[in-house]
Design a protein around this ligand. Structure first.
Ligand code: ARG
Length: 256
């Protein structure tokens, strides 16, 4: 399993494009670096491989590589088109990385924020819209779309996390009813995360085999994961939560 990460050398809260971000609540850059290093180390400890895209000055959110792109089969990759101009300058750097690494580049005219909004769930691909990606984008890749309705959970990976087989974590309060029904119609095993832990980004977790790396403070979620056979690894993510992201946002799975 290969992950793409971006070192937090230029990370910070330089602007506000979601309701977590407050420029007066700046990130402690030393702490952020330590937290990111622990994530990087943990992913490798659990047997996965990590590759890196170079961070770029003045692009603080480039650390959130989940939003770089969406990988399809055969090395086809959709490069994201960010809704906010603050992040749109990241596109060319992510594009170069994929070009230089032998991928076939696909482009979109609609807003689309990559694997932050589109998640594989067993054989299905679920596309989230409502805040960032446009619903109309998904006609290119899937018929399964869900609407996000709660601004705390503006990317699909902040409130939905497919796990092994058809297990999944979800914060139901982030979706409209029809969308919840869509997710539930696949008949998977639901692990429903309480709001207090959803707001600590419990669903923003990285799975490697039976292991789940999630933010610290989510004891009820950890208990449910353990009961379902997962080994949990809790990491401090406070400095990235200030930007509206955590473990999963900081990674992009390149292959399983
Ligand atoms: N500050 C970033 C933004 O608003 C956080 C991105 C989090 N990424 C994610 N995949 N949920 O775009």
């Amino acid at each position: 399993m290969d992950f793409l990460l971006c070192k937090p050398d230029h990370y910070g809260i330089n602007y506000s494009i979601n309701l977590w971000m407050d420029i007066s609540n700046s990130a402690d850059v030393i702490k952020a670096k330590q937290q990111w290093d622990c994530l990087d180390k943990k992913i490798k400890e659990l047997g996965a491989n990590v590759v890196y895209v170079d961070p770029v000055k003045d692009l603080p959110d480039m650390v959130f590589t989940s939003n770089a792109a969406l990988l399809l089969t055969n090395k086809d990759v959709y490069i994201s088109k960010f809704k906010h101009s603050e992040r749109s300058h990241e596109e060319k750097y992510f594009r170069s990385w994929f070009e230089n690494n032998g991928y076939n580049i696909l482009d979109t005219n609609e807003y689309f924020e990559g694997a932050g909004d589109a998640l594989y769930f067993g054989p299905n691909l679920v596309g989230g819209h409502g805040f960032r990606s446009e619903k109309s984008f998904y006609k290119h890749i899937t018929q399964t779309t869900v609407r996000l309705t709660n601004p705390h959970f503006y990317h699909l990976d902040t409130c939905f996390c497919p796990l092994k087989k058809m297990d999944y974590m979800i914060f139901p309060g982030a979706f409209d009813e029809e969308s919840l029904n869509t997710i539930r119609s696949f008949g998977g095993n639901e692990i429903s995360v309480p709001e207090s832990e959803a707001k600590l980004f419990a669903c923003n977790a990285v799975r490697i085999e039976n292991n789940v790396i999630l933010p610290a403070g989510c004891s009820q979620t950890e208990k449910m994961l353990n009961e379902n056979g997962y080994i949990t690894h809790a990491l401090e993510m406070s400095e990235f939560i200030k930007s509206g992201g955590a473990c999963k946002c900081l990674t992009l799975v390149l292959n399983d």
